[in-house]
Ligand binder design. Structure first.
Ligand SMILES: [Zn+2]
Length: 264
């Protein structure tokens, strides 16, 4: 995945007849969901809930998350814990544990690393502080090479099993556009409430459902790293017609992506 491919190769790799194997990918998703099935059934009977707020960058996901936190507190009378991963360092020095919406709204968060220890700390904090609702910003980032996505998904499941209100804001697709494993799995959980927010396309002003990554003003290459934390300097929301890779995709490409590759 380190070699630089030409745009011609990129188009070829995004064609409906590319070498990626949907059956293998679907099998991976099936196995992941199946492994969580007992947990999923328990979640449905726990009294807890899961809400997934998904969409491209600049769709207002974090703002919606912060609005929900405030509403849960002021109207619902709930005790809310906002959780942020250390991977998300967009706030800069001194703002590591602050979640900041694109509209400037801020809220202090409980900062955790992507590890079993970090996720256990969330559970302990929820018990010790008698938290009612746990909300996660940038949910797609709660994994890394030492902490596979299912660890975060298990944590979400355990919180719902505990009867908690859980809300996760996350990007649905990366810049290629391939689905993030965490988002794709969470939205597949029976009973999950899915809120899909569009942004406005920077090119044509239409409804944007994709995120375009830019490097020096030009579209990023397909094989660039999935994770690059940034803002308007390197990302734009775009509609399918204006997204440099999405316009070459079939609907099947967008459904299956290469989830398997992302976690291996
Ligand atoms: Zn557009």
């Amino acid at each position: 995945m380190s070699s630089v491919k030409s745009s011609e190769h990129m188009e070829k790799s995004m064609s409906p007849r590319k070498s990626r194997c949907p059956i293998k990918l679907k099998a991976f998703l099936f196995c992941l969901i199946a492994s969580l099935t007992p947990q999923l059934h328990a979640m449905q009977n726990s009294g807890g809930s899961l809400t997934v707020i998904e969409g491209p960058m600049f769709a207002g996901k974090t703002e919606e998350l912060l609005r929900k936190a405030k509403t849960l507190e002021t109207i619902g009378g709930k005790k809310v814990l906002l959780v942020k991963t250390t991977v998300d360092d967009r706030g800069g020095e001194g703002k590591e544990s602050i979640v900041i919406g694109h509209d400037g709204t801020e809220r202090a968060a409980f900062l955790v690393g992507n590890s079993e220890g970090g996720f256990s700390a969330i559970i302990r904090k929820v018990i010790e502080d008698n938290i009612d609702a746990v909300i996660f910003d940038e949910g797609q980032f709660f994994f890394d090479e030492n902490c596979p996505p299912d660890k975060f998904i298990e944590t979400v499941g355990r919180l719902v099993q505990m009867g908690k209100i859980v809300i996760v804001a996350c990007l649905d697709f990366d810049f290629r556009p391939l689905p993030f494993t965490i988002t794709a799995t969470l939205r597949s959980i029976p009973g999950a409430i899915i809120m899909t927010l569009p942004a406005i396309c920077e090119r044509c002003g239409g409804m944007a459902t994709y995120t375009q990554r830019l490097v020096d003003g030009k579209p990023a290459k397909f094989n660039d790293p999935t994770r690059r934390i940034g803002g308007k300097e390197c990302y734009e929301p775009r509609c399918k017609n204006c997204h440099e890779a999405a316009k070459h995709c079939s609907s099947d490409d967008l459904l299956v992506g290469n989830l398997f590759d992302q976690v291996n």
